[in-house]
Design a binder for this molecule. Structure first.
Ligand SMILES: NC(=O)c1ccc[n+]([C@@H]2O[C@H](COP(=O)([O-])OP(=O)(O)OC[C@H]3O[C@@H](n4cnc5c(N)ncnc54)[C@H](O)[C@@H]3O)[C@@H](O)[C@H]2O)c1
Length: 253
């Protein structure tokens, strides 16, 4: 497979290593300083693009790929309110788009367990749910896309919750830990913490007056994320349509 890497930052560089390891070719690398190279001419002969850039640039990059019928795998977070628009464009133009807020296989297993657990806890009653996500200080968006997916899973199974709210003390300035303020009983609080070089820790907590149950996933390194993205690119090659990690996991079930 001949791939394009869009965004040559931490993820882009890791993806380049994994592409090489798995016998693929990197035919194009686009970063901020050569962003204009993302055009029909440079995309010619590219089987699939992997896009990990910034919340401000993802939409435009993905649109260009779809318009040029280049299958594209994206993991950029912090812009997904416009994902539905691009999925519709992709279907209309016969393109191929794979999006996941987290390409780590373990996290995607957690998404499934999270929904099951939320449904069971709702039946039992008496527990208050909460989410905490911890990432490195360079992460631009809060809450993380992964935390939003976890929150959506809990909300889908918990009729007494009406939405989520983010509590992100110090983000944008120096991140620091403080106590989460009381939120309305029908609101699921997502606490965002930024510290050090943490690739990603997500914890779902259920607390009653008498006990606490936690579901936690810790990413040990970025390699797991880049590997998942390359596996998604292999899956997407030669396909048309809109895909997610659920579609990919179905192939291994
Ligand atoms: N879905 C996942 O599994 C997953 C995993 C890790 C990171 N992410 C997300 O991916 C994104 C990138 O993460 P990162 O850690 O590599 O960040 P990074 O800051 O290291 O890299 C981003 C790169 O994008 C480049 N860029 C900016 N504008 C561009 C443009 N118009 N065209 C091409 N490149 C451009 C920057 O110069 C930079 O090199 C973030 O949104 C992050 O949250 C998602």
């Amino acid at each position: 497979m001949r791939a394009a890497i869009i965004g040559y930052g931490r993820m882009g560089r890791e993806i380049e290593r994994i592409l090489l390891e798995r016998g693929h070719e990197t035919g194009l690398i686009v970063d901020a300083d050569n962003a204009a190279d993302l055009d029909a001419r440079h995309l010619q002969g590219i089987d699939v693009a992997l896009e990990f850039t910034t919340p401000a640039t993802a939409y435009g990059n993905l649109r260009t790929c779809i318009e040029n019928r280049t299958p594209v795998v994206s993991g950029t977070t912090g812009w997904v309110d416009r994902l539905g628009e691009l999925q519709a464009l992709c279907r209309e133009r016969g393109g191929a788009l794979f999006y996941a807020s987290n390409y780590c296989l373990g996290v995607n297993l957690m998404f499934r367990i999270n929904r099951r657990l939320a449904a069971l806890v709702d039946r039992v009653g008496g527990y208050r749910a909460g989410i905490e996500e911890i990432h490195h200080t360079r992460k631009l968006d809060a809450p993380s896309g992964t935390a939003i997916t976890l929150a959506e899973g809990i909300l889908a199974e918990t009729p007494s919750l009406s939405g989520w709210a983010n509590y992100a003390p110090g983000i944008g300035r120096a991140a620091h830990r403080t106590e989460t303020p009381e939120a309305a009983a029908d609101t699921l609080v997502i606490r965002s913490v930024r510290e050090g070089d943490v690739p990603g820790i997500h914890t779902v907590t259920y607390e009653s007056e008498d006990d606490m149950l936690q579901l936690r996933h810790t990413i040990k390194n970025r390699r797991t994320l880049a590997l998942g993205a390359v596996i998604a690119a292999e899956f997407l090659c030669g396909r048309r349509g809109v895909y997610s990690m659920d579609d990919l996991l179905r192939t291994v079930e």
